[in-house]
Design a protein around this ligand. Structure first.
Ligand SMILES: [Cu+2]
Length: 387
């Protein structure tokens, strides 16, 4: 365990909790005073009804890529199936996309150039209201990572010749996010709420899987970092969301983090990520069951900490080279960066109380630390039902 990081995560939760506890305490007093002065003993029921109505609005769910932005009442549960797919292609150095020839020229040790990658996630999201203001959630997921790459062979005269492209797939259970959403503040008059996400993820995804080397079909090597199924370490995932609802539109702002609490047994920790999102949802159909969503996302991802010696220390072949030197995807110093994404989507409330939610995002700006695969688009699609 890296205690300074744990401390950071706890402090984040602690400060926001303390601040909002005081605010919610004050607003409780305020509500009481209002109740007494206006003599409305049935206020609570009216509030409940307003909430019940609000939950059938399509836009009480955030755009499909996000989570942790809504709660459920104590007698309510939600089950959701969510599919996500991130499509990547091309190698970028910083903000510039390089051709394979440029990669081989600028990084002369390279023997394998990753060209395409898909990260698919099948997620089962279960939420259960615990109290009026606390909802618990867990989200097991199945991951399918696929990468296509071209290995190169030295022709003996200092020239590298491309061999046939190869494809690798790694699939299995991913890490297990779980936690509690705590509505620390809500303002009935302005229809706003502030939700804290006290979240973690358990390292249930495998990081030690092996595959055949693209250079030598007789040799088994470990998957490069992006193909692995988990972080290999516990992650803290504190987040904070602010929602505001209007007659037929809503806005939300969310900061969601993913912070490594230690290093994996393999000796490294993946990027810490900070995602800042702002979105706008607009109900646009007569019957108020359709909403479209627009979203901007800014992501900051740190470098890796430490290295996996299997990829970065153990050298093989003649001349001896590490897998990280041969394949940029296996290089831990080529991780992290700053990204800006634009997303647009649709949410539809169905008659049986379930919801369909779909969103597609495109990168607006990608600035990679080192040589990494660029993102073309991501999609998220889900079906959910509260009962
Ligand atoms: Cu839910």
């Amino acid at each position: 365990m890296n205690f300074s990081r744990l401390l950071l995560a706890i402090t984040f939760c602690g400060i926001s909790t303390a601040a909002s506890a005081e605010i919610s305490f004050l607003s409780t007093i305020q509500n009481r005073l209002d109740e007494i002065t206006s003599n409305r003993p049935s206020d609570h029921i009216a509030t409940r009804q307003m909430k019940a109505e609000k939950y059938s609005r399509p836009d009480t769910h955030a755009p499909a890529h996000l989570m942790g932005a809504h709660l459920h009442s104590p007698d309510e549960q939600m089950i959701e199936y969510k599919y996500m797919n991130m499509s990547m292609s091309g190698l970028f150095n910083g903000q510039t996309e390089l051709t394979n020839a440029q990669v081989l020229d600028q990084f002369p040790m390279t023997m394998v150039v990753p060209e395409k990658m898909n990260m698919e996630m099948h997620m089962l999201h279960y939420m259960k209201g615990w109290t009026d203001d606390i909802t618990l959630y867990v989200m097991p997921m199945w991951i399918v990572n696929t990468m296509e790459m071209t290995p190169y062979m030295d022709n003996g005269m200092g020239m590298k010749m491309p061999m046939a492209s190869q494809r690798r797939t790694n699939s299995g259970f991913g890490d297990l996010p779980f936690g509690a959403l705590w509505r620390v503040r809500s303002n009935e008059e302005e229809n706003t709420e502030l939700i804290l996400n006290i979240g973690f993820s358990a390292p249930t995804g495998d990081i030690d899987g092996t595959t055949t080397s693209p250079m030598n079909p007789m040799m088994q090597i470990e998957y490069p970092y992006p193909m692995r199924l988990g972080a290999g370490t516990w992650m803290a995932r504190p987040g904070i969301t602010w929602n505001k609802y209007q007659e037929d539109s809503s806005v939300g702002v969310q900061l969601q983090t993913n912070i490594a609490l230690g290093k994996s047994d393999a000796g490294y920790a993946p990027s810490d990520t900070y995602r800042l999102n702002g979105w706008y949802s607009k109900i646009f159909s007569e019957d108020k069951t359709w909403a479209y969503t627009l979203r901007m996302e800014s992501i900051w991802a740190s470098d890796f900490q430490g290295v996996d010696p299997q990829l970065e220390t153990m050298a093989m072949g003649n001349p001896p080279m590490t897998i990280a030197q041969m394949n940029p995807a296996a290089n831990g110093s080529f991780k992290g960066g700053q990204f800006l994404n634009f997303g647009y989507g649709m949410i539809k409330s169905l008659k049986d109380g379930s919801r369909l939610n779909f969103e597609i995002t495109h990168p607006v700006h990608q600035d990679f630390h080192g040589l990494q695969m660029g993102t073309d688009w991501t999609i998220a699609a889900s079906w959910s039902k509260s009962y």
